[in-house]
Design a protein around this ligand. Structure first.
Ligand code: 5GP
Ligand code: MN
Length: 340
């Protein structure tokens, strides 16, 4: 299943009917969220007079090198400006999320504004708040969808080096370096085109992955040594972090990214879970192998969702209760987990 209703949108962009555009993406944006937003920004600047990227929150420092970062407006820091730009916009591009609740309280501002809404996304079960959609849950990343959007309707030559750099970052991070099963031959062909358009894959890789702070390295070491719990009968790895532990390692936005993958690196492990006691809620990250649909599990028990093998969830309960609920509910899946 996929949705493509962007025909009239393309015509309006070509006819320069839009004067003011906003691009937004999900809270705590990751590499694909920022890669697709800043990639589209680099392109749209040449087609629409005023384009602004608004994020609902801040994002990890390891993404701050990306072209266009200095122009990004964080809703939490500049709410009045973001609200004004949104209310005055003719068109809003909503990238890499499927429900307005994923952009926190900014979601209702977007819902109620007069702008035409465009959804470009690859998450299952979109809410359908949009006027135009380019939606394909089989796509490796939203950045790949943006690539096709530009190449197909405007031509590859309209992908500048900055645009290619951002889009490559999105594809690379959402596929775990072309490793996950959302990668196919098209993904590699997209990457090839992006390299041809000037993306420097060595530099991008270094900027994203070779930038651990000393605190972050120590946090990972601490988790491996003291926090990683493996349950062989469930082929499941579990880690959880309290507020005190986050403070002890001076955890900043993005510092826990990649932590959940350490569990999946254990031989035999097919499900890895990371539970973090964030300021406002307990946040969960799930990663699975094979056909274990961790998005369905996350939706059923932790008000979450995402992709089949990479999902998230959240809870208002105390950390200990969330951990206990995870342990009590995952037992029911023992047979499925052992069949993978
Ligand atoms: P992460 O574990 O990296 O935060 O998220 C993994 C995937 O799950 C991402 O694709 C993200 O969009 C999705 N996801 C994370 N948290 C939530 C959530 O609370 N609700 C939903 N529906 N999806 C989530
Ligand atoms: Mn994505």
């Amino acid at each position: 299943m996929q949705l493509n209703s962007i025909g009239p949108l393309i015509e309006k962009i070509r006819a320069r009917e839009y004067k003011k555009a906003v691009i937004t993406t999900h809270h705590k944006p990751d590499g694909d969220a920022m890669g697709s937003s800043l990639g589209l920004y680099a392109f749209l600047k040449y087609h629409i007079e005023a384009v602004h990227v608004i994020t609902p929150t801040d994002y990890a420092e390891f993404l701050h090198w990306m072209p266009g970062h200095n122009d990004v407006i964080n809703w939490e820091e500049k709410e009045a400006e973001a609200r004004k730009l949104t209310e005055e916009a003719d068109v809003i591009f909503c990238l890499d999320f499927n429900r307005l609740s994923r952009i926190n309280e900014y979601g209702e501002v977007v819902r109620n504004c007069n702008a035409e809404k465009v959804l470009i996304d690859h998450h299952l079960e979109p809410e359908h708040f949009e006027d135009y959609a380019l939606w394909n849950p089989s796509s490796s990343s939203t950045a790949e969808l943006i690539f096709h959007f530009i190449k197909h309707h405007f031509g590859l030559e309209n992908i500048s080096k900055d645009c290619a750099t951002c889009l490559y970052t999105g594809v690379m991070t959402d596929t775990g370096n072309f490793q996950y099963n959302n990668t196919n031959s098209t993904t590699h062909m997209v990457a090839a085109d992006l390299l041809d358009q000037g993306a420097d894959h060595v530099r991008i890789h270094e900027k994203i992955y070779d930038v651990f702070s000393s605190d972050r390295s120590k946090l990972f070491g601490y988790c491996l040594l003291h926090k990683l719990e493996y349950m062989p009968e469930l082929r499941t790895a579990l880690m959880y972090l309290s507020k005190e532990e986050l403070e002890r390692f001076n955890v900043q936005t993005g510092d826990t990214e990649g932590l959940v993958n350490l569990g999946l690196g254990l031989k035999g492990c097919v499900l890895s879970v990371l539970i973090i006691d964030r300021t406002k809620m307990v946040k969960m990250s799930f990663r699975s192998k094979g056909n274990f649909a961790v998005n369905e599990y996350a939706a059923k028990y932790f008000n979450g969702g995402g992709h089949r093998n990479a999902s998230g969830g959240q809870s208002d309960e105390p950390l200990e209760m969330v951990v206990a609920r995870f342990k009590n509910t995952i037992i029911q899946y023992q047979k499925e987990l052992n069949a993978i």
